[in-house]
Design a protein around this ligand. Structure first.
Ligand SMILES: Cc1ncc(COP(=O)(O)O)c(C=O)c1O
Length: 536
């Protein structure tokens, strides 16, 4: 899996947790941020486990864990639950003969320990006492902490609801985790086309009436879906009407799974859209690492109601569960924590909206079918500048040191979060202002990259495909490579995407997106001169 944070572009900072798989064993330990304390400060502040005596590397002595943890108490003297649990583990006087092999940090690679802080290695919690806290906080009947990201949570949810050969209704713009979920479970897709805005080159949500129509379609063929999966919000922050869709599904006795990878923060501010659990979803999966502050790959799977068998969810999620908590400490003081981020996002929108040639998504009701949006996701349309989103992204990174979250054919998306500072917003507004001015002057900055300039929107990337083979059949089919120009009529044997966002798209779209500078993932030949197809 490639997470959003590990997008295949070499200008992003290294993702240490993803690149050092062995760290993931310890991942949950690093997942908490007490109140407003940024993760790095927490790690630095705690210095857990590296007493002078125990450091094999002759590092500078750091505070004893118990001492360091005193700095992490709250005003009322209590410790956040996760810090408590981890602190207790760090303070144990034990001889360790267990994994992970760095033995609570004493054998951690010094350079890495220096980079991410020794505390990251120091504690190993063998139970998950705070899953219950998370369940209360997020309004589920049960919550599981996952490693492997929402990718694994979506796979577990589909496995828990669909048996081989059963039908899963899902939007055509679902993340590849949904496709891999169908490979694993053997579910067969019934796709629903999302709303698509060709001007923006962005897909939105699916509507309740589309869901109803898909169910009716299936009923006409004598079939019944085993589950419905909705992505809400999308990568661009666009939300479907989850409550209405849940109502429809439940009337039909169909469980609703929500891929809420981008909505883990929704519970924590009145201006955020309602969370899927609040709207009647049966299962919701959230990437705790995306907008909340945990490390890459940590995620939560929430269950509610009695439509889905709890034990089946437990069994399906077992391989990707965190042995220790991955919760955030928001439960302690959620009120107000996102106030500043919401204000900064609003300021960013206002300032960017005034820049000539650039529009901000959400300012003029682009997606009438899914009008609710995450205010922290700021997507700008740059096609008016005569460059593609990929090109704008490149200029912003190289010339202005502004790193976005996502680029598309005509847009660039910026994620505002708890760590965003006013200086960041100022740099963003100034950088986009410069980009606009350069475009107006036809300056070198834009023209250099604009050798490839072609700002016309790409063709619609989605259509409802006829399902020649189920994802599982295609995955296990014998394959061969063919030249792209000879591939018409073949069944694609690869999951090819622009990444992010990680949504398998039509070949024509991919070819054009690659021309415009998109990073392509999942193809054996990333130049896309050939593709792998299934033998018929
Ligand atoms: C809509 C959606 N679902 C699922 C995922 C997978 O999330 P994770 O990185 O937590 O595995 C992503 C990743 O970007 C996504 O955009």
């Amino acid at each position: 899996m490639i997470s959003a944070a590990a997008a295949p572009t070499d200008r992003r900072p290294p993702d240490v947790s993803a690149e050092n798989g062995w760290i993931s064993e310890n991942l949950p330990i690093e997942c908490a941020v007490p109140d407003h304390v940024p993760l790095q400060s927490l790690l630095r502040a705690s210095g857990l486990g590296f007493s002078k005596a125990s450091s094999p590397h002759g590092d500078e002595p750091t505070e004893r864990p118990d001492k360091a943890l005193h700095g992490l108490t709250r005003d009322n003297g209590s410790r956040p639950p996760l810090v408590s649990a981890l602190g207790a583990a760090a303070e144990e006087d034990v001889a360790c003969f267990h994994f992970p092999g760095h033995r609570r940090g004493s054998a951690a690679p010094p350079s890495l320990a220096q980079l991410i802080g020794p505390a990251a290695f120091a504690t190993t919690c063998r139970s998950s006492p705070t899953q219950r806290e998370a369940s209360k906080l997020f309004g589920s009947s049960e919550t599981w902490f996952l490693v492997g990201g929402t990718t694994c949570g979506v796979q577990a949810s589909v496995m828990a609801t669909c048996s081989p050969g059963e039908t899963l209704i899902l939007p055509r713009n679902s993340h590849i985790s949904a496709t891999s979920a169908m490979v694993i479970s053997g579910a067969v897709p019934k796709y629903v086309l999302p709303e698509y805005d060709p001007h923006w080159g962005i897909a939105g949500g699916v509507s309740p009436s589309q869901v109803a129509a898909a169910m009716e379609d299936l009923a006409r063929d004598g079939k019944r879906p085993a589950a419905m999966l909705v992505t809400s919000p999308t990568y661009h922050g666009i939300c479907s009407r989850v409550g209405e869709i849940a109502g429809l599904c439940h009337l039909a006795g169909v469980p609703l799974v929500v891929d809420e990878a981008h909505g883990g923060h929704f519970k924590f501010h009145r201006e955020f859209p309602a969370a899927a659990m609040e709207q009647g979803a049966d299962l919701a999966v959230q990437s705790t690492h995306k907008v909340l502050c945990s490390l890459t790959q940590s995620s939560m799977l929430h269950l509610a109601g009695d439509m889905v068998d709890r034990d089946r969810v437990g069994g399906a999620s077992r391989p990707c569960r965190a042995p220790a908590p991955a919760t955030s400490q928001l439960s302690e003081n959620p009120a107000g924590i996102f106030d500043e981020a919401v204000a900064l996002a609003s300021e960013a929108r206002d300032r960017i909206g005034k820049i000539a040639g650039i529009s901000v998504l959400g300012s003029s009701g682009e997606f009438s079918g899914s009008p609710v949006m995450d205010p922290l996701r700021v997507t700008v349309l740059v096609a008016g500048l005569g460059i593609s989103g990929y090109e704008a992204d490149e200029i912003l990174a190289e010339e202005h040191r502004i790193l976005s979250e996502l680029a598309g054919p005509s847009t660039v998306t910026f994620a505002i979060n708890l760590g965003t500072r006013r200086e960041d917003v100022e740099r963003l507004a100034a950088g986009l202002g410069r980009l606009s001015a350069s475009a107006a002057e036809g300056s070198r900055e834009v023209q250099d990259i604009g050798g490839r300039r072609r700002a016309a929107p790409l063709e619609v990337p989605f259509e409802v495909p006829s399902v020649a083979l189920s994802p599982r059949e295609a995955f296990f089919a014998r394959k061969r490579k063919v030249e792209v120009r000879r591939s018409a009529g073949e069944v694609c044997g690869e999951l090819i995407c622009t990444y992010p966002p990680g949504i398998p798209e039509a070949l024509e779209f991919l070819l054009e997106a690659r021309e415009k500078g998109a990073a392509i993932s999942g193809a054996a030949d990333c130049q896309l001169s050939s593709i792998v197809v299934c033998d018929s």
